[in-house]
Design a protein around this ligand. Structure first.
Ligand code: HEM
Length: 507
């Protein structure tokens, strides 16, 4: 029984067991587990229509169709951006007006936002940002001493790397350095975004994220009014965004509000990914030993002018010289990425791919109807046994090391989309690579990370959320997980340093 129209050319319907609302109930109750089950139980459906009460959604499971969909202009991210901007990001009427009334014959404001992302592509501007963030990463790890220190680990990592990242983007005068409490405000806002969107009267019903956002907006406005965005240590991506918005005539307070988005995206996925990578690695003493061996061949040692031992990693060397480190990073992302890849069909669209069709090899073409939402959940493509093998649920740090099986690797590359794709492919991926791999390389070679009792750490459970592109540990774990960290014997006196490099840092 259907409460919506369904054309025979549209993707086949996957009927729920409880008519009409079965999928909706399962989605609300089981969240990511629901999508996971959909993928595991329907390996032969490359795309299907999911009835959701009065409406429907298309789910794409075939990596080839995901790639084709990401390239289609008529499958757009913009309607959702506009829908979320006011309630979730808190944009005021000036920005909302630009979103709702794009000029008929020239580029829209939303499109104009893409140009500054060029500054996050490999090149001088990215090297500059990487150098700044890696300097701060060096400060964080050099502050750890030779005796075990017990850390509230997630919070320690979160706070120190948030400061490092925002410093690299917004310069030393950024609001989070000025007022460390804003660090909590940022994560309060991050943790309650869904509530801001869904709950009525969010100022009352979602107080924490609402107040966190307000505090950040106020601080960003003060930063912009004081002209700190023009300081010499501010990244070119931020300067580029500000320039675009000034050209569009936005007042300074709206320009400040807009940067809340950048503050948020720069930390929300990278820091949890770093957390998971540390735990997956330090959980496995053989992996730690193998990585240490690999990293010994990549680290440069020298003495500084005071005779102190310095160990230096050049981030540009990782891709050529540290295949296990890079593969571990990719495998961590395969295991922990939870992006849903949501798009909206803005005009009727035909979707097909040569690899999706009948036994005779004739591609099947699907009609996607205007106004329907599409999702391409990572948890489906990244956990498909047909692509990754029967051990898909196991963590295999060597999974991404090239073996020369070209067809298998081609299929896996297509199914591995932790950074999304198409026009919205995450522009921050090179920056994240430098920050995360730089930090993990130094931690593995020069530090011990164990439980407070001295045992091996285990990978904590992940929360089950539909709004996080990278899952976070459960809130109890975030607050209470204690870990001991110290310098590795033999590496006590080392000063860690990084070279940002100018090679490609793509994954
Ligand atoms: C491991 C870390 C990261 C992950 C897994 C990640 C993932 C993603 C994903 C899934 C998207 C949406 C893509 C889509 O819908 O197709 C995205 C967009 C974006 N990310 Fe990241 N991201 C990471 C780090 C960063 C960092 C460090 C920055 C900034 C320095 C950043 C900036 C952005 C921006 C600006 C967008 C919006 C792009 C657009 O709409 O065109 N990301 N990211």
């Amino acid at each position: 029984m259907l409460l919506f129209r369904h054309d025979a050319q549209e993707p086949p319907i996957l009927s729920p067991r409880i008519p009409i609302i079965g999928h909706l109930i399962n989605m609300i109750c089981y969240k990511q587990d629901f999508y996971h089950q959909l993928g595991q139980h329907n390996p032969d459906l490359p795309i299907f229509t999911l009835p959701l009460g009065l409406g429907k959604m298309y789910i794409i499971t075939s990596p080839a169709l995901v790639q084709a969909a990401m390239r289609k202009k008529s499958l757009s991210f913009e309607p959702l951006t506009v829908a979320f901007a006011e309630r979730m990001v808190g944009f005021g009427p000036n920005i909302m007006d630009l979103m709702h009334h794009p000029p008929a014959n020239s580029e829209s404001w939303l499109n104009a936002q893409h140009k500054p992302y060029d500054m996050l592509a490999p090149g001088a501007a990215l090297n500059d940002m990487n150098a700044r963030v890696l300097n701060s990463v060096a400060d964080i790890i050099n502050s750890v001493g030779p005796e075990f220190e017990t850390k509230q680990f997630y919070i320690w990592l979160r706070n120190s790397f948030t400061r490092a990242t925002t410093g690299a983007l917004f310069g030393a005068q950024n609001p989070l350095t000025e007022d460390p409490k804003l660090n909590d405000s940022l994560w309060d806002y991050e943790g309650g975004q869904a509530d801001l969107l869904m709950k009525p009267f969010p100022s009352l019903t979602a107080r924490k994220p609402f107040q966190g956002r307000a505090a950040l907006q106020e601080a960003l406005r003060a930063y912009f009014r004081a002209g700190h965005d023009q300081d010499s240590d501010v990244s070119l991506v931020i300067k580029g965004r500000v320039e675009v918005n000034k050209k569009w005539g936005l007042p300074i307070d709206d320009i400040a509000d807009h940067e809340l988005g950048m503050l948020f995206v720069s930390v929300t996925n990278a820091i949890p990914t770093l957390f998971w990578m540390i735990f997956y690695v330090f959980h496995d003493s053989q992996l730690v030993a193998d990585l240490q061996n690999e990293l010994l061949g990549c680290v440069e040692e020298m003495e500084d002018s005071n005779g102190q031992r310095e160990c230096i990693f050049s981030v540009a060397k990782f891709s050529a010289e540290c295949p296990l480190l890079v593969s571990t990073y990719q495998e961590v992302m395969r295991m922990t990425n939870r992006q849903l890849g949501t798009r909206t069909v803005i005009e009727d669209t035909y979707l097909s791919h040569s690899s999706v069709g009948d036994a005779a090899g004739t591609p099947t073409t699907y009609l996607l109807k205007k106004g329907t939402h599409i999702q391409m959940p990572s948890i489906i493509t990244a956990y498909a046994p047909a692509t990754w093998g029967e051990d898909v649920h196991n963590f295999d740090p060597r999974r991404f090391i090239t073996t020369g099986e070209r067809e298998k690797e081609r299929q896996q590359n297509r199914a591995f989309n932790p950074f999304g794709g198409g026009k919205h492919l995450c522009p921050g991926r090179h920056f994240a690579y430098a920050e995360i791999l730089g930090a993990v390389a130094a931690l593995v070679l020069g530090f011990e990370i164990v439980t407070p009792e001295g045992g091996q750490v285990s990978v904590p459970p992940m929360n089950n959320s539909l709004v996080e592109a990278v899952g976070k540990p459960l809130s109890d774990v975030q607050q209470n997980l204690l870990v001991n960290i110290r310098r590795r014997p033999g590496w006590e006196g080392v000063k860690w340093r990084f070279v940002a490099g100018n090679g490609t840092t793509d994954t």
